[in-house]
Design a protein around this ligand. Structure first.
Ligand code: CTP
Length: 394
């Protein structure tokens, strides 16, 4: 059965963005109910939402077309999650104090599902101590705040108060909808993506890694309750919501970032493809082709092996390594599993269609102390749950 999400919409210039939020949630297969504050209807009409959701859009408590006295209770009971986006200073003040004077606030108070609030307002209003206090109160009552972002606001100011992006709102909802939290109070460090080693100011050595597997793992670990640090090489992917991102370029920088958190981390997942070599000497100026008529020899030196170095220092941490191979897959993978002191190792043949770099799927096997388990082709999102569960149980 589809999960029902209630989207509460209040009056802000960002109100139009909740149309996209509703549309994207529907595309993801959720059943969406919309409740608007009366003032929000000045910005977007209820018909817009009804046309998308195929449900009546609720506005007033005393709406005679529905049996209002039971409707807000039945909606509240059906909801798997309730998000108010955008949430004005006014609605935040109301829900922080249990005021329910319309359909939105009444249903919000009656709901027992995870509740999220995504503020959107002018910076001065957001920074007002009363608003800050109200937001803190909402948190104390167990509501999740999807923090606003900095940017150009409708009033012309540049500052905090911009509604979180739609992908972030959806990620926050997915986190709230994940009931099973086996990683609650656990710290997870994940390395992801490629690294780059500069040859001169315009050229570098790198590889095809996109970061997709590492980013999927970061999102799933966050949904499972973990405090996640994602150490990422250059990637075009959007930073996951609610994850501590450390952007790096070189393998040395990636090592330093992982090393800093390693001692306090519970799980270390080495999903990155760090460049194994760097130029012995990085040229200060661009290497010119006319001076090197035929071929330029670039002397390389080996980079640090992050996983192996940290694996050798392991105390209580559980470690997951990866082995991306093109031949003798099992043999190479077993060697890496032992050599790098892993608890589990995810191996895959990157030459297979649907596996490896820059695709949304992968075909993996997991090595652990109990042997090898093979998996069918799956999305990296689905695989991230399998990998995390097998690391937890290793
Ligand atoms: N790894 C690492 N630091 C490196 C190279 C690799 O931490 N400098 C990690 C990867 O994140 C992965 C594992 O080691 O978890 C295996 O990486 P892979 O590229 O498959 O193998 P390498 O150890 O680099 O060996 P080779 O390139 O010879 O296959």
């Amino acid at each position: 059965m589809k999960q029902t999400i209630i989207v509460g919409v209040t009056s802000s210039i960002a109100t139009y963005k909740s149309v996209q939020l509703v549309s994207d949630l529907l595309k993801k297969g959720y059943d969406v109910e919309v409740i608007m504050s009366k003032n929000a209807t000045q910005f977007v009409t209820p018909l817009t939402f009804s046309s998308l959701t195929k449900h009546k859009t609720y506005v007033e408590t005393f709406d005679r077309e529905v049996d209002y006295s039971v409707e807000h209770i039945s909606l509240a009971k059906r909801a798997s999650a309730f998000i108010i986006a955008p949430a004005t200073a006014n609605v935040i003040a109301k829900v922080a104090h249990g005021i329910c004077d319309d359909m939105l606030t009444t249903t919000f108070l009656a709901s027992h599902c995870p509740k999220l609030i995504a503020p959107a307002m002018n910076t001065q209003m957001l920074n007002n101590l009363i608003t800050k206090d109200n937001i803190a109160k909402c948190k104390q009552y167990g509501m999740s705040i999807v923090n606003s972002e900095c940017g150009l606001l409708a009033c012309g100011d540049i500052g905090d108060g911009k509604l979180a992006t739609i992908p972030h709102l959806i990620e926050a909802l997915e986190e709230a909808l994940t009931i099973d939290k086996p990683l609650l109070n656990k710290k997870v460090c994940i390395s992801a993506g490629p690294t780059r080693e500069e040859l001169d100011p315009v050229r570098y050595i790198s590889n095809y890694s996109s970061g997709k597997m590492g980013y999927a793992l970061a999102r799933t670990a966050r949904n499972m309750g973990a405090d996640v640090t994602l150490v990422s090489g250059p990637s075009e992917l959007d930073a996951p919501y609610g994850v501590h991102m450390i952007p790096v370029h070189t393998t040395k920088e990636m090592f330093d970032a992982c090393d800093q958190v390693f001692d306090t981390t519970d799980y270390f997942i080495s999903a990155a493809a760090p460049a194994d070599f760097k130029a012995l000497k990085k040229e200060v100026h661009k290497i010119k082709k006319d001076k090197n008529t035929n071929f330029t020899t670039i002397e390389l030196e080996k980079n640090i092996d992050i996983l192996k170095t940290l694996g050798s220092r392991k105390t209580t941490q559980k470690i997951c390594g990866f082995a991306a191979e093109t031949n003798n897959v099992l043999l190479h993978a077993i060697n890496k599993y032992k050599d790098k002191n892993c608890d589990i190792l995810v191996m895959n043949d990157v030459s297979k269609p649907g596996a490896g770099f820059n695709v949304d799927t992968n075909i993996i096997s997991i090595l652990s102390s109990t042997g090898k388990v093979d998996y069918d082709i799956m999305s990296k999102k689905e695989l991230s749950t399998i990998i995390l569960n097998s690391l937890i149980n290793s």
